[in-house]
Design a binder for this molecule. Structure first.
Ligand code: HEC
Length: 431
């Protein structure tokens, strides 16, 4: 064991490039670190599996709310469980990765340097990953089981029947056998009986749009055999909680729109087993914040759209005001929300108690950094950079020391997550 460790040290020491040049420069997370995590860790610490209750795929999972439990401690490799585990000898039972080749000394050194440089993890890195994942998923739609002759004939008949009934039936893309059916254009002329036309499309129907139709629970119940279904739009239909029970069996469902329906928290319970569900629309339903939060506990990766700010969902009833800054105005380090002060009725957070004390003694020098003077004046924009709608002056963020306003909390959240795409619209220099 000792020998392996020794060999590891030797290998690292024998690589002068690594020890000097490479570690001097700034490590690029996207190019140098993310691929290591993706290729060697995420299979056990990602969306599918969370060994040791650890995820290393997305920023929000790595730098989660319980800061004391972070497995990567920015600035401190030796105290970071991730680093501790990858430097163990190859035969140590605790070494990570737990299977397969150990990381190379170069990879280990890069992770060490990256952590010591502050473990910067740009939001855009996660965005790129999610987009890639979405594309991979979209391609998956294309590969469905081959149909035999009888199935092909039944499918052709069904397509004709849908079209005769006034609906649309098409392939979702040129290179796939997957079918999309849309009855929403006929609106309330469509009843449960129209769904009879779908018989024969069981192996290939992936998207079904029944928005604004009169389809109700009996109709939805007839969809139980459509195991390839990915997207189902029931917005403003007559479906209720009883219909959702059928949907529990559509295990491939990724998108479900229940906007404007009579569903309640009780109905949502039927969806708890739909592990592939990515987006769920629930505006103007009877679903409560609590009901949505309960579902999120079962499906943490699901994005629920309640037509109100999603972050409110998991917050306590009396939400704490959020600090206006995410970098300490004194040290520029990431803030720890345990250390805050109030100024101009706004909450400001610091990285530590020392910085808070410095700020409290004389806040004046830090006002500009917090965008406070600008805040007293006016936001630099009058339409929301995200939606193009008129702004609500109470929804603001600061960027480059300037105040930017949004039409709603959702747009603010989108902007805060990654302001880069909106900089040009605000007349700010691209970064
Ligand atoms: C083949 C599966 C597998 C792979 C790949 C893997 N791990 Fe693990 N990891 C585990 C298991 C199982 C545990 C829980 C048992 C334990 O703590 O050893 C764990 C636990 C951990 C822990 C401790 C979590 C805690 O706080 O209890 C860390 C840190 C960790 N892994 C980091 C990594 C890193 C970094 C990589 C990639 C370089 C990686 N793992 C790759 C299976 C894996």
């Amino acid at each position: 064991m000792r020998q392996t460790l020794f060999a590891l040290c030797l290998a690292a020491a024998a690589s002068p490039v690594l020890a000097q040049d490479e570690t001097k420069g700034r490590i690029d997370f996207v190019k140098e670190i993310q691929p290591i995590l993706q290729n060697h860790c995420v299979k056990c610490h990602g969306a599918k599996k969370q060994e040791g209750e650890l995820r290393l795929d997305l920023k929000k999972h790595v730098f989660h709310d319980e800061k004391d439990l972070w497995s990567i401690v920015p600035g401190d490799a030796e105290f970071s469980p991730v680093y501790e585990r990858i430097i163990l000898p190859a035969d140590d039972p605790d070494v990570m990765p737990a299977e397969g080749e150990p990381l190379t000394p170069e990879q280990v050194a890069k992770i060490k340097t990256w952590i010591e440089q502050g473990a910067e993890w740009p939001e855009s890195a996660d965005q790129a990953l999610l987009e890639l994942e979405a594309k991979r998923k979209a391609r998956e739609v294309i590969t469905l089981p081959e149909l035999d002759d009888a199935q092909r004939a039944a499918e052709a008949q069904a397509i004709d029947a849908v079209r005769e009934a006034g609906g649309l039936a098409l392939r979702v893309a040129a290179n796939t056998t997957a079918i999309e059916v849309n009855f929403s254009l006929l609106g309330d002329k469509v009843t449960d009986a129209h769904l009879e036309t779908l018989r024969g499309l069981e192996p290939t129907l992936v998207w079904l749009n029944l928005a604004r139709t009169k389809v109700g629970d009996a109709g939805v119940r007839s969809l139980g055999g459509f195991q390839q279904m990915r997207r189902l739009n029931l917005a403003n239909s007559a479906v209720t909680d009883a219909g959702l029970e059928t949907l529990a069996g559509l295990e491939g469902l990724e998108y479900l729109n229940l906007y404007g329906t009579a569903v309640t928290d009780a109905g949502l319970r039927h969806l708890e087993g739909l592990g592939g569900l990515q987006r769920l629309y629930l505006w103007q339903t009877q679903v409560t914040d609590e009901g949505a939060a309960n579902l999120l506990k079962k499906l943490p990766d699901l994005q629920i759209d309640l037509g109100r700010a999603a972050e409110a969902l998991l917050a306590p009833a009396e939400p704490k005001p959020a600090p206006i800054n995410d970098k300490c105005p004194v040290s520029d380090k990431p803030v720890d929300v345990a250390h805050t002060s109030e100024i101009d009725g706004k909450l400001v957070a610091f990285c530590c108690g020392n910085c808070k004390a410095k700020f409290d003694a004389d806040p004046a020098p830090f006002r500009a950094k917090l965008g406070l003077e600008v805040a007293a004046a006016k936001p630099i924009n009058d339409t929301c950079p995200v939606s193009g709608k008129p702004i609500d002056a109470s929804k603001t963020s600061t960027i480059d020391g300037k105040l930017v306003a949004f039409c709603c909390g959702n747009c603010k959240a989108k902007f805060d997550a990654d302001p880069a795409p909106f900089r040009a619209k605000l007349g700010l220099e691209a970064k």
